[in-house]
Write a protein that binds this ligand. Sequence first.
Ligand SMILES: [Mg+2]
Length: 342
Amino acid sequence: MSRSVRTRPEGSGRGLSEAYDTALLDLDGVVYAGGNAIAHAVESLATARAGGMRLAYVTNNALRTPDAVAAHLTELGIPTGATDVITSAQAVARLIAEQVPQGARVLVIGGEGLRVALRERGLEPVESAEDGPAAVVQGYGGPELPWGRFAEACYAIARGVPWYASNTDLTIPGARGIAPGNGAAVEVVRIATGAEPQVAGKPLPPMHRETILRTGARRPLVVGDRLDTDIEGAFNGEVDSLLVLTGVTDGAQLLAAPPQHRPTYVDADLRGLLAGQAEVTGDGDGGFRCGGWTATAGERLELEGDGEAMDGLRALCAAAWTAAGEGTCELDPGKALARLGL
Ligand SMILES: [Mg+2]
């Protein structure tokens, strides 16, 4: 299906929590960072929910069960039930259940979240390639996962057992730096076997389908911090998206985004769910206005005026994305972003 290329963020006269029925929220970098809630998250989510917006949490992390994630959110002051949490473990379990006989054994290379999700689909988690598995599934197993688990996966895959992965995020950012994620573990097995897994997690369709099936959302808004998972997943599912800048994406990356990574809206943090979104308009002279700012694309990206930083960023998005068309903008945004303190 061909779609028009997005060349600017959308405006919204109404708050997004009124314009959309369900928020599909990423967790890390959006709601919390490490163990702690991100600034403004708790109050903004409470206000959105009081106004009637359904909140669902969508995570590529397959290690923790929905119960454990819900308990963590509730402890942070965001009352959440297990049915409000959708994980890539659930998405991959559904994918497997559609492709193997009912009640089949599945070799698990991962943690409790995967085992619980498999049992929910009537599948039997097993530990060894000698247990006669009909599928191998690999999800993040935490830092204590023994190396020998990868060998079990390789033995089964070499016999032709189909291989699945909950997600392929290469890294997990933590308090001490960047740790290898499930994508890195999948690479180990890929290198050893030469095989290719079927993958469920964001930005791929199985995860989006799982989310829509479980929430019943009719007018969903994806809210995320990562362009290549959250925003690309929304693009693939043809759903609107809000990028928040509390996680891994900075202004320069947003301005250089190719079409599938361009969000519908951008805001600093989850307060963006409540506010209207200022509209970007052309100034008739090749520039783009938003709030008190005007952005242009010349030898580099330029910004004039003053006002709210996010309005300046929205104007710059329009200038950069229009200049890039279907490609990525390579103009230097450094001076313009510095004016915004970004
Ligand atoms: Mg995230």
